[in-house]
Ligand binder design. Sequence first.
Ligand SMILES: [Zn+2]
Length: 454
Amino acid sequence: MLNLRDYQIEAIESIRNAYRTGNRKVMYVLPTGGGKTVVFSEICRLASLKKKKTVIFVHRKELYYQASAAIYNHIDRENLLYVKVAMIQNSKKINVEDAEFVIFDEAHHVSASSYLSVIRRNPNMKILGVTATPSYESARVFDRVIYGPDITTLINRGYLSKFVYLCPKTIVDTAKLAVTKNDFDVGQIQKLLSNKSVYGDLAKIIKEDYPEKTFIVFCSNIQHTKNTLDGIKEMGVKAEMVTGDLDIRVRKESLEKLARREIRCVVACDAISEGVDVPNVDACILMRPTKSRTLYIQQVGRVLRPHPSKQFSYVIDLVGNVMIHGLPDMPPPPLKPPRQKKTESNSNSQKVEICKNCYGCYDSSIHGKLCPHCNYEAPLKPKKKKIFSIKNDEIIEVQRDFVKPELWNPTWDIPGWRYAIKDLDTVEKLNEFAKYKKYKKGWVHKIMESRKRR
Ligand SMILES: [Zn+2]
């Protein structure tokens, strides 16, 4: 038997209620690390007790093994025959026509044709999709979306680790990156970030700044991962690589070495970002700028697993993802159709403040200008320096500390620092003002001429 947390019991109740009230396709949203596998395993068990045939579709080998292990451990032997775990890539070979229940893991992919065709093949079966990061396109496939607790709640209750988010520097200007398939071009990122100075930054963070911690470094593609691994190993960092083209046993071994602290670092591209548990890793370093909130949250989620050996998890963002997506515990942007998504910027990112003293990132709508990590108070942003707006003889505003002291005219000392050009009533005053403003010679002449005409 699994020990279910209260919100997991609640989730199962809400999901079953949704079916009872006539919904056929239900999506359940829970942050990475919240235990989605536990929730759907229990639902499978309850279905298997009633001899209902269930198929669980996953899209990666790791998830296949993870789901199979969970089902095997959780469901009574005599009922195991009612539950099947399958890869979505093989869905055509899987009989769903007589299934009563289908579960999609990582259901943000569900708008892809392979998933949709499974749904179409049997209009009677119930569907459950689970994900941490629903998209508009995936959510609209379902009749009902049920939300579990958010990241902040799970952190406050100790189910996820507290974290410190640091953005010490941004080594890539994302504005200049090409965009392919709705995300930054991974090949371009690889070329930009495969160099000695970047490896030096990484080696310094791992060896000098945090000599006690273990790391996952997330890169953009396999070549970038290989380059980075070679680069930091050359600089004396004990590291191994985890990519999708490696055998799963090799990958597992590297992660176990990391867990035992025999190596300091695992360099990965996205193979590790879904479905692999490394609970005691201390920190991740983000080296892949991404427009995908799903990828961002999944990568950060890898290090948020709580473990007695760590008080905080560290996220070190070298590519400015926090400025695109906001902090991981900020509420996700509302689900909107993609056309609207393009023009709107994620409002979360506008609330992120990066401390100039400790590089810690925080939500300025909560903490204002005071860094919660080091108590450094950020200076107020200087007012825009556009202090003279002159339309002929209209009122202008003069800010004293902006004007060179030797050029300051005492007659400009008016309460509120407001001044009107019409009060520059002599050629001398106009000349002085024009000198300060570096106006062309003709300006004074023009003003004088216009006054004569009146
Ligand atoms: Zn600070």
